[in-house]
Ligand binder design. Structure first.
Ligand SMILES: Nc1ncnc2c1ncn2[C@@H]1O[C@H](COP(=O)(O)OP(=O)(O)OP(=O)(O)O)[C@@H](O)[C@H]1O
Length: 517
């Protein structure tokens, strides 16, 4: 019985294909008709009638015309119905698109539009407004190119956000969307982006001096490709590279994130890269010991976890910044090259400083964040880079200087459009989906585009719960322990006239001491 039905279907297949193609062609014509302005319909109808007459008068014209129609219908009907569909599929798609259109009417329609046929009206058809539409295999909108009226204030982010919100709601909130506003053509493109490169571990990235890989982004968002090792395989991925140093327009970094979204991991990844060419002073305000693996390593000046230690180390960083500035200025005046110890990058890395400031105030001490003002303000010229990470919910505990001078920004995890605006200076309704892994978010360097970001995995190597391969990757990047380093640092600081290195404990390794407490 079943074999018989299959046989009949095989015999009827060309006919089914033709009928399907004819139905699709008819839909195309009807859609065009609904979409076309009234004043264009008449002339086109007239031209079509003339064409039919001319073809009818030619000797082989009708036969040729039938052959063209059959061929076109066969071509259009060659692909079967999509899984979501069958005959009802197009109806369902039309319904979805009409719902999206209706949702956009309040944003785009003018109350007393003088035009005879406004693009957006409550009884309007989506066909006129949506230039291109693509559906995914499961019947959901995958891409939409929306034409909007010229009066829409597309440079106003609140208006843009309202449109993006409605599009997201009507297209399904459980997915991430990317919006591209083409202001010069009054077009808005909504796409569902491909997943970002994931699971890439910390490693020696192929970068130039002063370049730090924050993570990886969409292929179409950046031109650069970077070879990385991913689970034993080499692949090229599009990186988000932050340029630091004297020529950088964004010399300092602020990472804000939901708890557990991976901001500490990003700082650790930054420190591992910074240690390749410079020295790092770490202040761990969370006090959870997540930077303990760095203590005592070559190039790590201190790992402070207490308000007292943080204040002492940051006071040293202030003096060191000033020393570098005056040494560089003296060298330039004398026509000498800037000394090597002034050109060597110094990093001041703070995780959760708001907590530390709170504790310092409670203990009647100086707020450690106050001391960041000098490195933030003058660090660029002194090769001093500041990187700060804070939980979104504590972002109001960040000092003004931190908020003003950190122009490289990263936002990790779920955030409201308002929080996104506060961190990135641009609101977007798009957010990592519910299944997004930690380390997913957005990056913005200065006034550049907001880029989706996946941070490489760089877990605390002392964390037993982390994956073995990722922990080993971090351990392989850690510099060796430096027993003599603290003594050298004390001597160098004494020579330069600055206080005795971070923590003011001459001859000791302040980071190791303070981490141990
Ligand atoms: N980019 C990443 N890739 C893989 N795992 C990650 C990534 N970022 C973070 N993780 C994992 O997610 C967990 C939380 O990370 P992390 O401690 O960095 O987040 P956090 O935002 O600093 O959290 P907290 O609220 O504890 O301060 C850890 O187990 C970490 O290994």
């Amino acid at each position: 019985m079943r074999a018989g039905a299959d046989g009949a279907l095989d015999v009827l297949h060309p006919l089914i294909m033709l009928v399907r193609g004819l139905a699709r062609l008819t839909m195309l014509v009807l859609r065009w008709w609904a979409k076309a302005p009234k004043d264009r319909r008449g002339p086109v109808l007239f031209l079509a009638a003339v064409g039919v007459m001319v073809v009818g008068l030619l000797p082989w014209g009708p036969a040729f015309a039938v052959a063209v129609v059959v061929g076109t219908a066969a071509w259009h009907g060659r692909e079967g119905a999509r899984p979501a569909g069958g005959p009802g599929c197009e109806d369902a798609e039309n319904e979805r698109l009409q719902a999206v259109y209706e949702a956009l009417v309040p944003c785009f329609a003018l109350r007393d539009d003088p035009g005879p046929e406004p693009l957006y009206a409550h009884d309007g058809a989506w066909e006129r407004a949506f230039e291109e539409v693509e559906f995914t295999d499961d019947g959901r909108i995958g891409r939409l190119l929306v034409r909007y009226p010229a009066h829409f204030p597309d440079s106003d982010s609140a208006h843009r956000l309202a449109v993006e919100r409605r599009l997201t709601t009507k297209s399904g909130r459980d997915r991430e969307y990317r919006f591209a506003w083409h202001e010069e053509r009054n077009l808005l493109e909504m796409t569902v982006p491909q997943p970002l490169p994931q699971g890439i571990s910390a490693q020696r990235f192929v970068t130039g001096p002063g370049e730090i890989v924050l993570g990886f982004t969409d292929a179409e968002a950046v031109h650069r490709r970077m070879p990385v090792a991913d689970g034993g395989r080499a692949r090229d991925v599009p990186p988000v590279v932050w340029r630091t140093g004297a020529r950088s327009a964004q010399p300092h970094l602020l990472v804000a994130g939901a708890p557990g979204a991976g901001s500490t991991t990003l700082l650790r990844s930054v420190v591992l890269q910074a240690l390749q060419h410079g020295e790092v002073l770490v202040v761990d305000g969370g006090g959870s010991g997540e930077f303990a693996s760095l203590a005592g390593r070559e190039g790590v000046l201190a790992v402070e976890t207490s308000p007292a230690g943080a204040v002492a180390s940051l006071e040293w960083a202030v003096h060191e910044t000033e020393r570098r500035l005056s040494a560089a200025s003296r060298a330039r005046q004398a026509g000498r090259p800037v000394p090597e110890d002034v050109r060597r990058p110094l990093w001041v890395v703070l995780d959760r400083p708001a907590t530390l400031s709170h504790l310092a105030r409670a203990e009647g001490r100086r707020d450690p964040q106050e001391l960041l003002q000098v490195p933030l303000r003058h660090g660029r010229a002194a090769q001093v880079t500041v990187a700060v990470a804070e939980h979104l919910e504590n972002a109001d505990g960040l000092a003004r200087a931190v908020r003003s001078y950190t122009r490289a920004r990263v936002l990790l995890g779920a955030a409201s459009p308002e929080e996104t605006w506060a961190v990135l200076g641009e609101a977007t309704v798009s957010r990592p989906g519910p299944d997004a892994p930690p380390g997913r978010g957005f990056a913005r360097l200065g006034a550049g585009a907001v880029l989706r970001l996946q941070v490489p995995a760089a877990p605390d190597p002392l964390d037993d719960a982390a994956g073995e391969a990722e922990r080993q990757a971090v351990l392989a990047l850690l510099p060796p322990f430096a027993a003599a380093h603290a003594r050298a640092l004390g001597g160098q600081a004494a020579q330069s006239g600055a206080p005795d290195g971070p923590g003011h404990r001459p001859g000791t390794k302040p980071g190791a001491a303070s981490q141990a407490t």
